[in-house]
Design a protein. Structure first.
Length: 133
């Protein structure tokens, strides 16, 4: 993933959420959009300095949510951090639900879901065995 972008109602509120709650680093801004760095990009694009970016676009005109195919964005964390992060989000009353992924799938892990300030669903997923295979 080089970049994911979502539309938000208030750029500053969303910047504070994704920076302060999820820990993304501010990268840069342009009129109507803020770019946050998620991590390094280990591809030819990354080799020239482009990181993985999460972009917040100002909504402007109201968009009919029924016309969007956006469902959620998932961010992977180390399995060792899962319980601590789950407790942190529960303390903020943000957890919608949890889900365990069965061992019959190619990934054996756990997820929890919550909403950002605009109602977008965010998933935090972690392997039960250190990393997904």
């Amino acid at each position: 993933m080089a970049e994911v972008a979502i539309r938000v109602g208030d750029l500053e509120t969303s910047l504070a959420f994704y920076r302060d709650v999820l820990g993304f680093e501010y990268h840069h801004a342009e009129p109507g959009v803020i770019f946050l760095e998620v991590g390094p990009l280990e591809t030819p694009l990354g080799a020239v300095g482009h990181p993985q970016l999460f972009a917040l676009f100002g909504r402007g005109d109201k968009i009919d949510q029924s016309l969007s195919t956006f469902d959620h964005v998932a961010f992977e964390i180390d399995g060792e951090w899962y319980e601590e992060e789950l407790a942190r989000f529960k303390a903020m009353n943000m957890v919608i639900h949890e889900r365990a992924w069965p061992e019959t799938l190619p990934w054996d892990g756990r997820s929890f879901f919550f909403r950002d300030p605009d109602g977008n669903v965010i998933e935090i997923i972690a392997s039960n065995h250190g990393s997904f295979h």
